[in-house]
Design a protein around this ligand. Structure first.
Ligand code: 5GP
Ligand code: MN
Length: 358
């Protein structure tokens, strides 16, 4: 069979029965995302909210644990996203009144920090829609988690098509609005570094072709997300690359660090560090890039890791930094000083040296 016409493996093994049961009973739905919401988190939650309102006539709120970057604010429905740690007293009752919680782009309650505790204590049905490996066992009634997918938005789009009975390979336009399609594309684009990693499966591009049929302008979406630098951010990037980049040649590894004092010096805003971790991968031979930054809200160091080919960032992040993620993009944290965090990174890289030298 031609690859373009291949029917996808169904996401819902029971033909959608459990989904229909939960959704038909739910009147007040809360959709959540992980702390530090990224393009995939904002794209999937907004697309899902719009689709649930349109097709399931549900009352829907989107709640995220903390603020998200300004370069995602243009996304349809982003202006109505409730930020839990900014308005805890107002948002908590909304979560506690929900009769269904749908977790997008994360499969662990701990990734929502204090919002995760509220969700955990509120015993209502839950659904996970995600693409991170190893979703937490026993916390959701339906788990739709596909680590082979590029993004949560890809999983969600396939779910929408499947529930609609859309036949892949036909010329029909899917029942997805322009706004929903825009959100979905944004998540797929941002979680794949604009389709430079985690996007070799033909399905990704088959889905994008459908989103184009729904009328998205992928060039505008790209510019809305990636071409929003302030002059300060551009200069800051130059500073980081010139003064803060350490290349460990033998380990094919690049390390960058950022303190809060440097943030203040350059007037760095939330989101201005986004994408920085990917840059050292442009150096010939670099297989692993690690970016350490002082957290702006907690006394800890946040880490972002990116790799190429089969170096498992998520294993290193889980083993040394209590984190996780995907093979080529992962994160974690370190509770201590920046110097100690860097020493810990060096120990971690040393342990993984055989894999980096290959
Ligand atoms: P980023 O570096 O962009 O913050 O995260 C990269 C990837 O790793 C994302 O898919 C993100 O969801 C995941 N990730 C980041 N931090 C953590 C963490 O502390 N735990 C887990 N399990 N995944 C994380
Ligand atoms: Mn994601």
């Amino acid at each position: 069979m031609d690859a373009g016409c291949r029917p996808y493996q169904p996401l819902l093994e029971d033909g959608g029965r459990a989904w229909h049961e939960l959704l038909s009973a739910a009147r007040h739905i809360v959709i959540t995302a992980h702390r530090g919401p990224d393009g995939d988190a904002i794209g999937s939650t907004t697309a899902l909210a719009a689709w649930l309102r349109r097709c399931w006539d549900a009352d829907v709120h989107i709640v995220v644990p903390n603020i998200f970057p300004d370069f995602l604010k243009w996304i349809p429905l982003a202006d109505e996203i409730l930020v839990y740690d900014k308005h805890e007293a107002d948002v908590r009752p909304i979560v506690e009144q929900a009769d269904l919680v749908i977790m997008c782009d994360h499969g662990e309650l701990s990734r929502m920090w204090t919002l995760g505790d509220v969700v955990r204590n509120h015993t209502t049905p839950r659904i996970i829609i995600d693409h991170h490996p190893n979703p937490e066992a026993g916390i959701a009634d339906i788990v739709i988690c596909h680590p082979e997918c590029s993004s949560c938005c890809e999983v969600l789009m396939r779910l929408i098509l499947e529930l609609d009975g859309y036949a892949m390979g036909t010329a029909a336009r899917p029942d997805i609005t322009h706004d929903e399609a825009t959100s979905l594309y944004t998540g797929m684009m941002t979680d794949t570094g604009a389709f430079t990693y985690a996007s070799n499966r033909p399905e990704v591009f088959e889905l994008i072709a459908l989103l184009l049929r729904c009328g998205i302008d992928k060039d505008i979406i790209y510019r809305n997300v990636f071409h929003t630098y302030s002059p300060a951010r551009m200069k800051f990037q130059g500073y980081m690359l010139y003064s803060k980049l350490y290349v460990w040649k033998k380990a094919h590894t690049a390390i960058m660090t950022l303190t809060n004092a440097e943030r203040r010096r350059f007037g760095i805003l939330n989101g201005d560090t986004e994408g920085l971790v990917n840059m050292p991968l442009q150096i010939l031979g670099i297989k692993l890039s690690i970016f350490l930054r002082e957290d702006t809200e907690q006394p800890c160091i946040r880490l972002s890791l990116r790799s190429v080919d089969d170096f498992p960032c998520n294993d290193l992040a889980a083993e040394f930094f209590g984190g996780g993620g995907h093979r080529n993009a992962a994160g974690g944290e370190f509770w201590g000083t920046m110097d100690d965090a860097v020493e810990h990174v060096k120990r971690a890289v040393q342990k993984y040296l055989p894999k980096l030298r290959d």
